[in-house]
Design a protein around this ligand. Structure first.
Ligand code: ADP
Ligand code: ASP
Ligand code: MG
Length: 407
């Protein structure tokens, strides 16, 4: 007998039929003698629909109200999924994030989980219930306000609950049957990985492979939660996310990711003196905007600098406002925004022990006339910012040339 957390994403609960299919899998798992906690997303498209409604009401809706609104999508599917399990003759109870004891900080729309009081979940499991938890949401300390965990946050709900109840396995059910060498919806030749290290998965996720939300991987790595990514549409074996082992280093590049949710902001002609970058990036950080790549170029006379950086497209307008305000205080000439860009990245723990990988990437992009605007590297990844329209081409070329395609 095992304790299993099963998370079902938007497409997996996208219709009444799909919810019934989920319930059948859940009941099967329970009948095999396991305790089952289910975490559900909203129906696919629902969160976007709600965001769209909010934007029709106000150009910048308040974030507390956004959380009230967006958390409703998961509430619907959790109740429906619990009903579907009961309809199959098994006891089930749905819980909101608050009822499940998921406590977060107060950063609305991208809250961090601070603790999970798992006793109600454990009690319900002991009483023979399948527990269905609404993903993507929590509540601030003292149960004051509903929060949400950032897009794709149901993955984090699942992994965090799995850690809290000490689950034997956290199964992430989605619309692909595992983690591939790159997005299989863009590159049909992509290969499914049997296993991937937490670290590589973390890089892939943070570089745009939305199959797992970044924070969920961070959490899984920190608490060594065993995670497997599987399809809710079939019974294929999935991809296990595991600790790194020796033979993983033999592969130089194990995956390619792309991220179209990027915007590049350039503060032009900033006086080149100490403290200006600190001021700019402090102000942006205070607005809870995460900065990714940064490049600073000094003019040939050494008097001015252009500071370019990237932020998620969804935060671009706010970031530009902040940059303009600091820019005018420090005497910058202007602030430019470019949104038709994307970031393509190669990832692999093998890069630590192989040289020339970045150079090969740059050469491949050059061979296809793809200009690189910005570069960033870490021990196990190289990322290039390019024109949005070349994204698919770049991913395909890199995937093929680094030998990742199915043979
Ligand atoms: P869910 O709604 O189940 O959470 P998501 O849409 O968030 O599902 O994530 C699944 C999608 O992730 C897939 O449909 C696929 O297009 C995309 N994806 C991107 N990169 C990868 C990858 N390397 N392996 C598998 N899927 C990937
Ligand atoms: N429904 C939320 C979203 O679309 C959370 C999730 O699906 O994981 O981002
Ligand atoms: Mg997802």
């Amino acid at each position: 007998m095992a304790l299993i957390v099963q998370k079902y994403g938007g497409t997996s609960v996208g219709s009444v039929e799909r919810i019934k299919a989920v319930a059948a899998r859940v009941v099967n798992t329970a009948k095999e003698g396991n305790k089952v906690v289910v975490v559900v997303s909203a129906m696919s498209g629902e969160t976007d629909k709600l965001i769209n409604l909010a934007n029709q009401i106000s150009p910048r809706p308040g974030e507390r109200e956004m959380d009230m609104l967006l958390s409703s999508g998961e509430r619907v599917t959790s109740a429906l999924a619990a009903m579907a399990v009961e309809a199959l003759g098994h006891k089930a109870i749905s819980l909101t994030g608050r009822q499940a004891g998921i406590i977060t900080d107060t950063v609305h729309t991208k809250a961090r989980i601070s603790s999970i009081k798992g006793d109600r979940i454990i009690k319900a499991l002991d009483d023979g219930y399948v527990v269905v938890i609404a993903g993507f949401q929590g509540v601030t300390e003292g149960a004051t306000d509903v929060t949400t965990l950032g897009r794709g946050g149901s993955d984090l709900s699942a992994v965090a609950v799995a850690a809290a109840v000490k689950a034997d396995l956290c199964e992430i059910y989605t619309d692909v049957d595992g983690v591939y060498t790159t997005d299989p919806n863009i590159v049909p030749e992509a290969r499914k990985l049997q296993k991937i290290s937490y670290e590589e998965m973390l890089e892939l996720a943070s570089l745009g492979a939305k199959v797992l939300q970044t924070r969920s991987v961070e959490f899984a790595m920190k608490y060594t939660v065993p995670v497997v990514v599987r399809s809710s549409f079939n019974n294929n074996p999935g991809t296990f996310v595991v600790e790194e082992d020796k033979d993983m280093e033999d592969v130089v590049v194990s995956g390619i990711a792309y991220d179209k949710n990027q915007a590049k902001i350039t503060v032009v002609d900033v006086p080149d003196k100490p403290g200006i970058a600190a001021r700019l990036f402090n102000a942006i950080a205070s607005s809870n905007i995460i900065i990714d790549m940064i490049v600073q170029n000094i003019s040939s006379d050494g008097k001015f600098a252009d500071i370019s950086f990237t932020v998620p497209k969804t935060d671009a307008k706010r970031a530009v406002e902040v940059a303009r305000s600091i820019g005018s205080e420090v005497g910058a000439k202007r602030v430019d925004l470019r949104e038709d860009i994307s970031k393509v990245s190669i990832v692999g723990v093998g890069m630590r022990t192989h040289s020339g990988v970045a150079a090969k990437m740059f050469q491949l992009l050059a061979d296809h006339n793809i200009n690189i605007f910005m570069i960033s590297t870490s021990e196990i990844k190289v990322s290039c910012l390019i024109d949005l329209k070349f994204t698919e081409l770049a991913v395909r070329v890199l995937h093929e040339s680094f030998g990742l395609a199915q043979s």
